[in-house]
Structure formats: C-alpha cells, structure tokens
Design a protein. Structure first.
Length: 295
C-alpha cells in the first residue's frame, strides 16, 4: 500500500538538513522523552541502532546517558546521516540492511510515521534485535496538526470549491498496540503524549514544518501550487477557529511511543490461566466483591 512518496520524504529531509538546527526543537523534545524510556531499563546495551536519526541527537543522548557503548546511526537521507557523524549510513526503514540479531537496542525518534509498511518495518526491527533486545520508538500520532488539517479543508472548500489532503494520516494508539503484537514483540507497551506548540500565525508553523522536513509527502498529494487566495484563507480560518486570547495559534502534536522486547529464552512469561495459589484481595488487604455469576 503506497501512502507516502519515499523519494519525496528523502528529498524533504535532505533540504531540511541544511538548517535543521534552527527548526529541530520538536525532534529534541521527542528525543528527550524517549531517552527516559531507555534510562528506566536496568541494563546497558553494547550496540544500538538509531533508526531515522536526523542529526544524531538521540544517539548522542544515549552515549551521554551511559546506556550504550556504541551507536550506529541511519537515515533515509544521506545528508541527515552525515549530520549524525560517527558510524552512520543512509538506509531505508522499509528495507533494513542489517543482519538478524545484530543489535542490543534499536531506537527511533520521529521517523517511522513516514513508513508505508509499518508492520513490515516493525518485523524487520524485531529480527535485527538480538534475543531479549529492546526496541523503543516514538512517532507522530493520529491527532497531530488537527488544527492545520481543519483549516486547510475549510479554506480550500471556500476558495476553490474542493478540498485535498495536505496533512498525513498518522497511526493512532489502538492501531499501534495491535501492530506491536502482530510484529511479535514480547511485553509490548504503547502510550500517547501530547505536545502543544504556539505560533504567531499559520505561516510560521508551515516554515517550521518545512525546516524539519515534515511537509506533505503523500503519494496522492495535490501537485498544483496553492492559490494565493487559498493560502490567505488558510491563515484566516486557522486564526478564527483556533486563535488564542494572546493572538497566537496552537499546533497539536501527538506522540505515540512503542516499546517491546525481541523474544528471548529467559524472559518472564505469564502463568497458565487459573494457576494462581493466592487471592488478589488478600494481597491488597481488601474484601473481594463479586461481579455476579457468569451466564
């Protein structure tokens, strides 16, 4: 299923690499939150892969935290891989060029939402992990840029009499949990956080999206340039629908974080249903309340 034009994604990232430091605040915030998940794990990881590394910021955080001994960075864009420095290569997340059981840890920050075959990529990630290896990745979630999405639809409908897609479809929490199970990860955990950023106007938001390499890369995107009247109507719709009391506008970013372990022989497994020897109510020091007889 072709949702995204991967060549366009790579081109956007290559263009963004020139001035990424001026627009990477969201990537930095997501990486800061993701690194906490790794630090909370009470073990170290000799070899890690930073998948979709952008400028390598997450890898540097891993090394600084003392959780890994060596990081290999990869990105769809060769220009981004060069920014990461060290042991870095250009690689497509949809076709990972790594042997099975290569890494103790794989991390990915704000990259996997551009993958067409996310189930296939997650399976490849699991295969690239050593037994009992750990994966944690954060990606843009379904409620991201809902304000921009609605403003675009209203502006195009008002000015041009029709609407097209300008904001990508993103994975939601329920789908992400199912994907982790389908990919065969042990003890999967999926959660959602929301980051709200304010801008002076819609044009400042779109400049940041371009600066991050996160503009529209849908395979079925509109090819003709937007009319000037439509762009002005977009800014107007955004301000009228979502403007704050101080005159600024909000932009919502949902961050879905997935984590799980490659199956290993020494991992804990749930006991057989009905094999418990103690009552939960006794452990909690409370009275058991019956839910009634089952039919």
């Amino acid at each position: 299923m072709l949702v995204f034009d991967r060549r366009t994604v790579a081109r956007h990232r290559t263009r963004a690499a020139r001035n990424l430091a001026r627009h990477d605040f969201l990537f930095a915030e997501i990486a800061d939150r993701l690194i906490d998940r790794v630090v909370d794990v009470s073990r170290s990881f000799p070899l890690a892969l930073d998948l979709g590394c952008h400028d390598g910021g997450l890898g540097r955080l891993l090394l600084g935290a003392g959780k890994v001994e060596q990081v290999i960075a990869s990105d769809l864009s060769p220009a981004m891989a060069r920014l990461a420095g060290g042991m870095a290569l250009a690689a497509d997340e949809e076709w990972l060029p790594f042997a099975d059981h290569s890494f103790d840890l794989i991390v990915s920050s704000a990259s996997l939402h551009w993958v067409n075959d996310l189930p296939g990529t997650l399976i490849q990630i699991r295969d690239a992990l050593k037994p009992d290896g750990f994966f944690v990745g954060s990606m843009i979630g379904g409620g991201t840029l809902t304000e921009l999405r609605q403003a675009f639809l209203a502006a195009e409908a008002r000015i041009e009499g029709a609407a097209s897609l300008h904001v990508s479809p993103f994975v939601d929490l329920r789908d992400a949990a199912g994907l982790m199970q389908r990919a065969g990860f042990a003890m999967p955990v999926v959660d959602l956080e929301t980051i709200t950023v304010t801008y002076g106007d819609a044009f400042a938001l779109m400049r940041d999206l371009r600066g991050m390499g996160e503009q529209n890369a849908l395979a079925a995107r509109r090819r003709a340039p937007l009319r000037r009247e439509t762009i002005l109507a977009l800014a107007e719709e955004y301000r009228d629908r979502f403007g704050l009391d101080d005159g600024r506008i909000p932009a919502t970013f949902e961050i879905v974080t997935l984590s799980g372990w490659a199956p290993g022989p020494d991992q804990p497994v749930p006991k057989r249903r009905g094999s418990a020897t103690h009552r939960l109510a006794d452990a909690l020091g409370t009275a058991e309340i019956s839910a009634g007889e089952k039919a």
